[in-house]
Ligand binder design. Structure first.
Ligand code: MLT
Length: 316
């Protein structure tokens, strides 16, 4: 019998799937501190997490029987991949299962921030009837700059094209031809920054992309540009963005992710012209069901030695 610790809340469909497996036992214990996790981990063969648990070198080293860390979702920036590789622990994610949810959240925020939906809602809820203050902008005819043109970036491109937007993209790992297949013109980043009316981030965090939207990048943008981030907060220097919103250089921002989550002390929270949601990109019922089922099946197959899908650190 293999033992799996699920240390962040996983969709019920995944737990139901595990219940059907005779060779897998699991416990879902959320909210463990680092020391509690270190104490608990030695008896488990696999750890399933979302973004809340942060398996670092100490936790991974304590996992005497640990063979797999399954990240139910896309981003593995909360896992110490190097430590996992050194300890022969496979790290796997579910790279596609919540992509549509994230692309739809991007469109929702892009529309809402351009049409002042939140302040208009708040005004009406406060008993006002103010139709003049909340005149917005259309997406139609605007140029959308997508930074990071992977699977989610392309889903956003397809949806934005249906709204009549012109799509440009920057991604050093993508060819012009492949971007064109998804309806985007591939450009160097500096050109994208200069041409986009709306910029949407879809990159992973690497040493190259960390704080990529900083003062220097913002200077290159059009005045009044709108920035949407449903990827990772660490892509944006929050103080630089807050200053640019206050000065009017950046017209508005719609943010689902933050340097620190929850974003205590972030200079962006509560600023006018900033719409924020609490990391809800993947939070659709459909995505959570897919993520949970795919992850438990991947982990079970890996523990049984049948198949290793979506492994981030193949050398392990
Ligand atoms: C992801 O990386 O899959 C999303 O950000 C959602 C999450 O963190 O659970």
């Amino acid at each position: 019998m293999y033992k799996i610790l699920i240390s962040d809340k996983l969709g019920q469909a995944g737990l139901d799937r595990l219940d059907e497996m005779d060779d897998m036992a699991y416990e879902m214990i959320t909210g463990l501190s680092k020391s509690e996790l270190i104490a608990a981990i030695p008896e488990y063969d696999a750890l399933i997490i979302r973004s809340g648990t942060k398996p670092d070198a100490d936790i991974i080293a304590a996992g005497e029987k640990l063979k797999v860390i399954g990240r139910a979702g896309i981003g593995v920036d909360n896992v110490d991949i190097e430590a996992a590789t050194q300890n022969d622990v496979l790290v796997m994610n579910t790279p596609r299962a919540n992509s549509v949810a994230t692309a739809e959240q991007t469109m929702a925020l892009m529309l809402a921030v351009n049409r002042n939906t939140t302040p208009a809602h708040n005004s009406l809820a406060a008993g006002e009837w103010d139709r003049a203050t909340y005149v917005g902008s259309e997406l139609d005819g605007k140029t959308l700059g997508i930074i990071g043109f992977g699977y989610i970036g392309r889903l956003v491109a397809h949806r934005a094209a249906a709204f009549g937007m012109n799509i440009i993209a920057a991604d050093p790992y993508v060819s012009e031809a492949s971007a064109a297949e998804s309806g985007a013109q591939l450009l160097p980043l500096s050109e994208l920054l200069a041409r986009a009316d709306i910029i949407s981030l879809h990159s992973v965090v690497t040493p190259e992309t960390l704080n990529m939207i900083d003062e220097g990048a913002i200077e290159q943008m059009k005045d009044g540009v709108v920035i949407v981030n449903v990827a990772r907060g660490k892509l944006i220097d929050e103080q630089a963005l807050a200053d640019a919103i206050s000065s009017g250089k950046v017209g508005a921002a719609a943010l689902d992710v933050y340097q620190q989550e929850p974003p205590e002390g972030s200079p962006l929270i509560g600023l006018p012209n900033v719409l924020h949601t609490p990391h809800l990109g993947a939070s659709s019922r459909e995505a959570q069901r897919r993520v949970a089922v795919e992850m438990v099946e991947q982990v079970a197959d890996a523990l049984r030695g049948i198949e290793y899908r979506n492994v981030i650190n193949p050398p392990a």
